[in-house]
Design a protein around this ligand. Structure first.
Ligand code: AHR
Length: 572
């Protein structure tokens, strides 16, 4: 509704908040009556889309201490386990209601032979794997499926496109999904049991795994084969030209850009849509990590950072919004008719942000062999909130996502080493944001003084797993940001106040509705370096918000510095 936005803009110019920035969605606040530092206007009449459960997805890869020790401790372990899977990992994932779990990589996937991980464990081969580790294949397809079942998550398999032929891809689907017993034949041949289903049953699982979500390769522009978009489009078509579906449609996810690499997306979609066959293309992946350093990928320190670095990281984390918007625009421009037709017919392409998080350099890993493990502070909790809120703003585009990675890795929810475990601040944010899931995301207007990014003087580097391009310097960070969603009479509002010292007394108004009650949870620490570790596993934890008393149909609440808040608001 452009007119409304522009009238709100005129209001802002003349208001006492003239210096304030429009934090989100290009809209600004309604006229205000209270003495507030900031305003949040929620616009239920401007729906964005339903927030897919799968936006809250997870990722585990054979890498460092993610699978071995993190997820898999083995059936004979003294560590509490469920059929060899660390029980506390299952509990944690159940606690955040992990909807989907991606495996086995990452870069690992494109050199992984799924046959190595099935059959009796004592007969499985040990192999040198992508991250230079020796993998004994004790954790394979069945163990992964049991993990998903124990958690209640859907499996999302990343298939090997670089080193296995298309036959192995469709046979992996067959192994996972072929029904047990006689399979009716669409020919004169009599019904017969499927050989791969029989092998699956012999390996312990008679019932099919029913995997519908498949990544067709991983980072094919890099570790997945160093392909051009045109080469990858041809491979995608070849691998998906025929696959068995047993009457249940499959969802294939094509390899998308390295961060904001619009050239990849444009050329890929031109090449894909240049051919009428795009079987089951359901999603396009996006990988966007926020490095701890503005100039070097996977650098900076997870624990030691100054105020400028803190603001800079959160500012660059906000580039997720640009990456999503630019990718979507590139898809739309490269294939306007097909995409528009597909979307109206309900099978259009969704974005799948299946790797995201803050990625720091070495220094805080659990031990040298826990490659890429890192600590996680309140700074990462705020980045989590900012990222999930961005996904909600694009609920019409983002169909799924996966944080990289759930345990002992880049942006983890849990750290585990032997019998020691702790949950990170990011875990708490995932839990706090759960009420949004399945809600209708609605547009919001956040008005608060912006925060200058002291390091926003040089172009920002934007890459998925490396720095490949630049965008103009990002000079400011929203003083307050967040998102809102509605389920019936309950509105969920999540808010990030990134300012290190400034509380934000904020008037929250819902256009066309009255706030009658509210409850909330907040994660806030005086020191943004605060984190949990094995010695102090509960140093950072959320608490209930007190004093939420609506007045005149609105709510005034002070969001503490460096905080993430969830408010559940009852509307009349
Ligand atoms: O998550 C770690 C690695 O980052 C993944 O293996 C790869 O896909 C990405 O580059």
């Amino acid at each position: 509704m452009p007119e409304q936005n522009s009238s709100r803009r005129s209001f802002l110019k003349s208001s006492s908040l003239a210096a304030a920035a429009v934090a989100l969605n290009g809209s600004v606040s309604l006229a205000q009556s209270t003495q507030a530092d900031a305003y949040i206007d929620i616009l239920p009449a401007e729906p964005i889309g339903t927030i897919s459960d799968e936006i809250y997805g997870h990722f585990i890869e054979h890498l460092g201490g993610v699978i071995y020790d993190g997820v898999w401790v083995g059936e004979g372990s003294k560590i509490a386990n469920v059929n060899g899977v660390r029980k506390s990992f299952i509990d944690m994932m159940r606690d955040v209601q992990a909807p989907v779990l991606r495996w086995p990589g990452g870069c690992f996937a494109d050199s992984y032979d799924w046959h190595d991980g099935i059959g009796p464990r004592n007969k499985r081969p040990a192999r040198t794997a992508f991250w230079k580790q020796q993998d004994n294949n004790q954790y394979g397809l069945h163990e992964f499926m049991h993990t998903c079942k124990a958690i209640g998550a859907k499996p999302y398999l990343a298939a090997n496109l670089r080193t296995e032929p298309a036959r192995d891809f469709y046979q992996e689907i067959e192994y996972c999904n072929a029904p047990a017993g006689d399979v009716p034949s669409n020919s004169a041949a009599p019904a017969a049991p499927n050989a791969l289903a029989a092998q699956r049953a012999a390996n312990g699982d008679t019932a099919p795994f029913d995997v519908d979500l498949w990544g067709v390769g991983n980072e094919s522009w890099g570790c997945g084969g160093n392909m051009t978009p045109e080469e990858y489009a041809a491979e995608f078509r070849r691998y998906t030209a025929w696959t068995p579906d047993y009457g249940k449609p499959l969802r294939f996810v094509a390899v998308g850009p390295n961060g904001d690499d619009i050239d990849w997306t444009t050329r890929l979609f031109k090449a894909l849509y240049g051919n009428p066959e795009r079987r089951h293309l359901w999603g396009l992946s996006i990988h966007y990590y926020t490095s701890g350093s503005p100039t070097k990928f996977a650098d900076g320190d997870a624990l030691k950072f100054n105020d400028d670095e803190y603001y800079d990281l959160l500012t660059r984390g906000g580039l997720m919004d640009k990456v999503i918007t630019d990718t979507w625009t590139a898809v739309t421009n490269a294939s306007p008719n097909s995409l528009a037709n597909g979307r109206s017919a309900g099978f259009g392409v969704k974005l799948v942000v299946d790797e995201w998080g803050a990625w720091y350099g070495k220094g805080t890993e659990l031990a040298p062999e826990y490659n890429l493990s890192q600590q996680s502070t309140m700074r990462d909790a705020l980045l989590t909130g900012i990222t999930l809120d961005i996904f909600h703003h694009h609920a019409d585009k983002v169909g799924a996502a996966a944080v990289a990675q759930s345990i002992n890795c880049i942006h983890s929810l849990m750290l585990a080493q032997g019998d020691k475990t702790c949950l990170t601040p990011t875990f708490h944010v995932f839990k706090m944001y759960a009420p949004h899931r399945g809600g209708q995301a609605v547009r919001t207007a956040f008005t608060a003084p912006t925060i200058p990014n002291p390091m926003g003087t040089v172009p920002a580097q934007v890459g998925g797993n490396s720095y490949i391009g630049q965008v103009p310097p990002v000079k400011t960070l929203a003083g307050l940001s967040g998102s809102a969603s509605i389920k019936g009479k309950t509105l969920t509002l999540t808010v990030v106040n990134p300012h290190l010292t400034r509380p934000a007394t904020t008037e929250v108004a819902v256009r066309g509705a009255s706030v009658t009650a509210a409850k909330g949870t907040v994660l806030a620490e005086k020191d943004v370096h605060a984190h949990n570790d094995f010695a102090n596993p509960n140093a950072v934890k959320p608490s209930a918000v007190s004093g939420l008393t609506p007045s005149g149909g609105k709510l005034v609440h002070t969001f503490p510095p460096a905080s993430v808040t969830t408010l559940e608001i009852t509307l009349a």
